[in-house]
Design a binder for this molecule. Structure first.
Ligand code: FAD
Length: 393
């Protein structure tokens, strides 16, 4: 017969629903009841978290660290561009967290970099100015940065994914026993004040967001040109905090005898270029890159390449754009005969304007292109060159 439920005795435990052999029972809640249940569940979660000693220890550790730091990389007193790009991102993160943005400046006679850091948004600069820090060497810089971290406890430390940054960040993270995410392409803050560190993973096939919620500081490196350069605010000031640490030159095994700049005459820096014309396997041969050079010359730009073109020996390795090449952010990126593999896209998709020339209309490069030209590049590129020359004439 009809199931008899004594409503006055029902506590909504759902046991009857599970026990009913015919799955004939269902319990409905009114919207008001659902709200009460959600509140009760929330309170229970909080109570469970409050009672968990591991969670309590985590919260205590997280609360002890405050502030966003950007390590200002310098060579012979000149700052790396990526440090200021990070300062721009740092401003955003610090504002979300409601904390100060601090620059870490190390070297010999480098106080001017603190002023430069203020003009790019730093509120404070920790300055370690001593002869032993003149040139980058792992051990003195490692000691110096770990000393600052122990003393001032930042929650986030950002560095450029340069040769120096990669070396120092790994060494520091190991010594202070925290996590490090290398080559991030995105940084943000979640509801629990954790840094969300996004980077390509599994050969660039997915974007992973990595968190370091049990350790502090949270450390990340970012390549040059991944974050936009912030506007410089001349005249902006901040507080310089000088710190010194006794580091004896005699204790350091590495000696810098001479600094030789590796940029040979004629070498181009694709990462800093405003206009890039890149060629891929569709160029068919080394000598065909001459038409790309012609187009680049018309624009005042440089020639880049996909990995296939570099592997084929058509272009040198320093022109490669992509995951294992350089990350570029030009005003205009023209991709010629490049299919648009994810490993290539991660290196150029943040360009202001992307033009793709490919004879295959299904090529994935068209998904990121602002302008797509379906056609044979050996017809299209010379036509573009001719059109540009006509405009100038
Ligand atoms: P293809 O994919 O062969 O594309 C050639 C394109 O040219 C085709 O779309 C074709 O339609 C078009 N084409 C041919 N002839 C013409 C013509 N006459 N006119 C117009 N279009 C034409 N790749 C990178 O670029 N950079 C990296 O940093 C990088 N890192 C990698 C890291 C890992 C771990 C792995 C696994 C791969 C990496 N790759 C990288 C390689 C990447 O997966 C692709 O293989 C590569 O980008 C393909 O290069 P491509 O587009 O030049 O060649």
């Amino acid at each position: 017969g009809e199931p008899q439920i004594e409503l006055s005795k029902c506590i909504g435990c759902l046991k009857c629903v599970k026990a009913c052999p015919g799955s004939a029972l269902e319990i409905f809640y009114s919207p008001e009841e659902l709200e009460i249940l959600a509140q009760l569940a929330g309170q229970q979660d909080l109570a469970e978290e409050d009672a968990d000693p591991e969670e309590l220890a985590r919260r205590e550790l997280v609360a002890a660290y405050r502030g966003v730091w950007v390590f200002v990389e310098q060579t012979e007193g000149e700052a790396a561009r990526v440090s200021w790009e990070l300062m721009g991102k740092g401003q955003e993160l610090a504002a979300k967290l409601g904390v100060e943005l601090c620059a870490v400046v190390m070297g010999d006679k480098v106080e001017h970099l603190c002023r430069e850091a203020f003009s790019y948004g730093a509120d404070k600069a920790y300055l370690m100015d001593q002869p032993v820090l003149k040139h980058y060497r792992t051990y003195p810089y490692l000691d110096a940065l770990c000393h600052l971290i122990d003393k001032f406890k930042p929650e986030i430390v950002l560095m450029g994914a340069t040769g120096m940054g990669r070396d120092l960040a790994g060494a520091v993270a190991t010594r202070v026993k925290t996590g490090l995410t290398a080559d991030c392409t995105g940084l943000d803050i979640d509801a629990k004040r954790n840094l969300m560190q996004t980077r390509p993973a599994f050969g660039g096939n997915i974007m992973a967001t990595i968190m370091c919620d049990r350790f502090r500081p949270q450390m990340a490196t970012v390549r040059s040109h991944v974050m936009p350069m912030p506007a410089q605010m001349t005249g902006r000031t901040g507080k310089v905090v000088p710190v010194s640490l006794p580091i004896a030159e005699a204790d350091i095994f590495t000696k810098v005898l001479q600094v030789i700049r590796d940029k040979k005459a004629g070498e181009v820096d694709i990462a800093g270029a405003e206009f890039i014309v890149s060629g891929g396997r569709g160029m068919m041969a080394k000598e065909n890159f001459a038409i790309l050079q012609e187009l680049a010359d018309e624009l005042g730009g440089v020639v880049g390449a996909s990995r296939s073109a570099v592997d084929a020996g058509w272009m040198p390795g320093d022109r490669q754009v992509g995951q294992t090449g350089k990350t570029v952010r030009p005003k205009i990126y023209i991709a010629c005969g490049i299919s648009g593999a994810i490993q290539h896209l991660v290196g150029m998709q943040d360009s202001d304007l992307i033009v793709a020339i490919n004879r295959d209309k299904e090529a994935p490069i068209f998904e990121v292109a602002n302008y797509g030209i379906v056609g044979d590049l050996f017809d299209v590129v010379p036509a573009l060159i001719a059109a540009l020359r006509e405009m100038k004439a």
